[in-house]
Design a protein around this ligand. Structure first.
Ligand code: 13P
Length: 251
């Protein structure tokens, strides 16, 4: 049985004061939630504040991105070691907003994943097709390409330490959630890719999160699919009550 992960991606939202207020309200609401791992990814500036607020709770902190380099003259970049020092246990890599708006390639996703693993972070590697890809019948091809260029480039040992997030681009921030069946189909495909590239036991242990307009009112239906090992939540993770009710979907 794979342990579920519910992660919130705050994107470019929340000041330090808002981060503190979120944790004060959220931590008590999930203090008894033992059925899943709980992760929050604040913007870089709020990571230390979040990590401090998350001390002695069941909430882990994640970065939203890292550099593919250890250190150096890379203005504006933040390294994996810096994230660990600031209090992160996880890092999101290759989010579709990074791929689309900041031109991240599968190759940089692979390099960043290695950096994260080297620093002891748990990478949450994102893949997902655009609406145009899906309409053109290219979903499988795109997911296979993103898988083989990114996670598929790892060794079996490295691969066994990552999480994958399937985030169809057409479902992100649009309120158009993938149906549980569409999401499960994509997860099955990704698991098949893992089985072909690595082994069936490694593929069966892989945790795949779904992301894209996950809300308190659709989490139960999504989690009813055995293939879905959790969720990566954007907008609905900004409000403590709404994110807590997503975490507590079984209640
Ligand atoms: P929304 O939940 O706002 O659609 O965002 C999903 C996402 O991109 C999480 O990484």
């Amino acid at each position: 049985m794979r342990r579920r992960v519910i992660a919130g991606n705050w994107k470019m939202y929340k000041t330090l004061a808002e981060t503190r207020a979120f944790f004060s309200a959220f931590a008590p609401l999930v203090a008894n939630s033992k059925h899943c791992d709980i992760v929050i990814a604040p913007p870089f500036t709020a990571i230390s504040t979040a990590a401090e607020a998350a001390k002695n709770t069941n909430i882990a902190v994640s970065g939203q991105n890292i550099s593919w380099s250890k250190e150096g003259a890379f203005t504006g970049e933040v390294s994996a070691t810096m994230l660990v020092e600031a209090g992160c246990r996880y890092v999101i890599i290759g989010h579709s907003e990074r791929r689309q708006l900041f031109r991240e390639s599968d190759d940089s996703v692979a390099k960043k994943t290695l950096m994260a693993l080297g620093a002891g972070l748990i990478p949450i590697v994102c893949v997902g097709e655009t609406g145009e890809d899906r309409d053109a019948g290219l979903t499988e091809e795109v997911l296979r390409r993103q898988f083989s260029g990114g996670p598929g480039a790892l060794t079996p040992e490295e691969f066994s330490r990552i999480l994958i997030a399937y985030e169809p681009v057409w479902a992100i921030g649009t309120g158009r959630t993938a149906t549980p069946e569409i999401a499960a189909d994509a997860h099955r495909l990704l698991r098949r890719c893992a089985g072909e590239r690595f082994s069936v036991p490694i593929a069966s242990a892989l945790r795949i999160l779904y992301g894209g307009s996950v809300k308190p009112d659709n989490i139960k239906g999504l989690m009813a699919q055995e293939e879905l090992d959790g969720a990566l939540v954007g907008g609905a993770s900004l409000d403590p009550k709404s994110f807590a009710s997503i975490v507590n979907f079984t209640a």
